[in-house]
Ligand binder design. Structure first.
Ligand code: HEC
Length: 241
């Protein structure tokens, strides 16, 4: 027998005894019924898809399957999307009646929805207790989330959708990154628009927080959406990748 073969056999034996060991420990001793069997009430959600950019998120954010109740921004239940190369399946069971819609989304550490990538609404009207959601290939990366949730939803009307972009700043998909990162502000050339690693010194941050830098009501745009202001800062402080 070759050395390599013996090595594999050894590994198999170790794995085998580990498996047997854990089986044995399940059988031995009295079983606490309250722990051994937890009935799963409620609906089950099965999400299938290929998720890109999962590793771009710093701590505090979760790419998740989550259930929300009516207009609330807080997730009632949430489960991390499985990590893996290629297509993965994530199963969340025990979804209560309180939940009216399920989403593939990003939530922050307060379980507040930061972005929605896919949604099934009015789940209580569905006949089947199992909800299947196949999302195909999704870019759930941090910068794409900034693009969708911040720029597309709040900025591009003036920054690139029409024939002219205010101050020449295009925040449209495909152009925003190159217009912002390490680029000098034209309104105040002392600053970079996005200074990677330093949100407090980035003009993008300043115009959204302080009226002293620009007119045109920039501080009002996201004032009711703290989670998006935090998302921008966290993206910049995490290196603006
Ligand atoms: C209603 C139109 C409008 C909307 C919406 C808008 N902007 Fe602006 N923005 C402007 C105008 C006009 C200027 C130029 C102001 C000036 O020169 O004083 C500007 C300038 C800027 C600048 C300075 C650019 C530079 O080079 O110095 C930044 C940064 C900026 N906007 C970011 C944003 C972001 C981020 C959003 C969305 C959250 C947004 N803006 C939404 C109109 C808008």
């Amino acid at each position: 027998m070759g050395r390599r073969m013996r090595k594999y056999l050894y590994i198999l034996t170790v794995l085998g005894s580990l498996a047997l060991g854990s089986l044995a420990s399940c059988d031995s001793g009295p079983v606490d019924e309250t722990i051994a069997y937890v009935p799963q009430e409620g609906r089950t959600v099965k999400v299938t898809g290929t998720f890109e950019g999962m590793d771009s998120w710093p701590g505090g954010y979760t790419v998740a399957v989550a259930g929300f109740s009516h207009a609330s921004e807080y997730a009632v239940v949430a489960k991390n999307i499985a990590v893996g190369n290629g297509e993965v399946q994530t199963i969340m069971s025990g979804v209560s009646e309180e939940v009216t819609e399920v989403e593939v989304c990003v939530i922050d550490r307060l379980r507040v929805r930061v972005a929605t990538f896919a949604v099934v609404e009015n789940i209580n009207e569905l006949a089947d207790d199992t909800i299947r959601l196949d999302v195909g290939t999704l870019d759930v990366g941090m910068f794409n989330t900034v693009q969708q949730s911040v720029f597309n939803a709040n900025c591009i009307a003036c920054h690139g959708m029409s024939n002219e972009a205010a101050r020449g700043l295009y925040l449209t998909e495909g152009r925003s990154y190159d217009c912002l990162v390490d680029k000098q502000s034209s309104a105040n050339p002392e600053y970079l628009l996005v200074n990677p690693g330093n949100s407090a010194e980035s003009f993008l941050h300043l115009v959204l927080h302080d009226d002293g830098y620009l007119s045109h009501g920039h501080t009002d745009i996201l004032s009711a959406k703290t989670e998006l202001l935090n998302l921008i800062d966290d993206w910049i402080d995490n290196g603006a990748k």
